[in-house]
Design a binder for this molecule. Sequence first.
Ligand code: GTP
Ligand code: MG
Length: 211
Amino acid sequence: MASADKREHLYKVLVIGDLGVGKTSIIKRYVHQFFSPHYRATIGVDFALKVLNWDQSTLVRLQLWDIAGQERYGNMTRVYYKEAVGAFIVFDVTRAATFEAVQKWKNDLDSKVTLPNGKPVPCVLLANKCDQAKEGLVNSKPQMDEYCREKGFVDWYETSAKENVNIDDAAKSLVTKILENDESNEWEQDSEVVPLDAKQTTQKTGDGCSC
Ligand code: GTP
Ligand code: MG
């Protein structure tokens, strides 16, 4: 297929979660295939672009918004979340407190942004640093599955930015959901045209009768 026939999508995706859980590291690994053991806290927000040749006819550009963990205590998240169509919430498997914060991030997200159709922004949960010893609920897969169903996550993955575990798969899962939502949104917009046309036709018929 010629490149001119490709459909291109640009999607804004948020990466949120507590301080030091590995958001920047996950993005660096995903976009640049790079990992550093040194911690430099993100200030405010950073950006990265990942281009995916999704299939023969679809190109997806993911605009990743790497939001500093400390922003949960500020009031800028409403601005950062605007027009996002997907999100990753990240926690650190070695620190159970970062898992407790997941609910807070999810509430913050759902209270400040929705899709154009009013539905919540699809969100994938990342249990990062799985190359290290785990603490808490993350040790039980059934309980984590249940947690995600209850809290409305699309799915969850154990990830390691250090060893490049599951990051591509987690992104695939989120992009699949985003594309699904986008297609059903287009369909809803198309179907809105039908009743309008139908109404016009009825009116025209009425006009015809009065002549
Ligand atoms: P803020 O910007 O402060 O919100 O933090 P962040 O979530 O962006 O964390 P960052 O990516 O800076 O990582 C924090 C520390 O964890 C760094 O020292 C990373 O090297 C380390 N780290 C990140 N991911 C992993 C991982 O998968 N495994 C291990 N072992 N360490 C990791
Ligand atoms: Mg960071």
